[in-house]
Design a protein around this ligand. Structure first.
Ligand code: ZN
Length: 147
């Protein structure tokens, strides 16, 4: 289950804080794998990855690779954003429900008419200074979406 890799020519606008714990997640992104944490005690997923389960507070945490398909739960188009993202304006951000049940927020990649319920695939976005992730329309057989 590897994600497509999308290359960006510029550094990440707001680089994430990488800790010893989250390095596993960021390194997997470079390999095109999307990981979340799953609690060994109550079996629930958490994202962003957490060293302690937010539901039962155990530290018995496992890393689990996710399917990279899902649907847009909600989205917005940003026309006036923080100064550090000014070069990207306008851009779209989505709330994604992965098929595994994990809900997350991420940039939407591509110039398309986004809509709630749209099928997406997660992509690993490779910047010169490190990886990030995003979602783009899932390519369907009848070419309904332009990527
Ligand atoms: Zn738990």
């Amino acid at each position: 289950m590897t994600m497509p890799l999308v290359t960006m020519p510029h550094a990440r606008r707001y680089p994430p804080r990488v800790t010893e714990f989250t390095r596993v997640f960021w390194d997997a992104l470079v390999d095109g794998r999307f990981l979340v944490t799953r609690c060994a005690a109550c079996d629930r997923h958490s994202f962003p990855p957490k060293p302690i389960c937010p539901y039962c507070w155990t530290d018995a945490i496992l890393w689990e690779e996710q399917a990279t398909s899902g649907k847009i739960y909600s989205w917005t188009r940003v026309h006036a954003g923080p100064a550090i993202f000014e070069a990207d304006l306008p851009y779209s951000i989505g709330i994604i429900d992965l098929d595994s049940g994990v809900r997350l927020a991420c940039p939407l990649i591509g110039e398309v008419q986004w809509c709630c319920g749209m099928e997406i695939e997660m992509v690993s976005v490779i910047h010169p200074d490190g990886p990030f992730f995003g979602a783009r329309p899932k390519i369907v057989s009848h070419n309904r979406y332009i990527v």
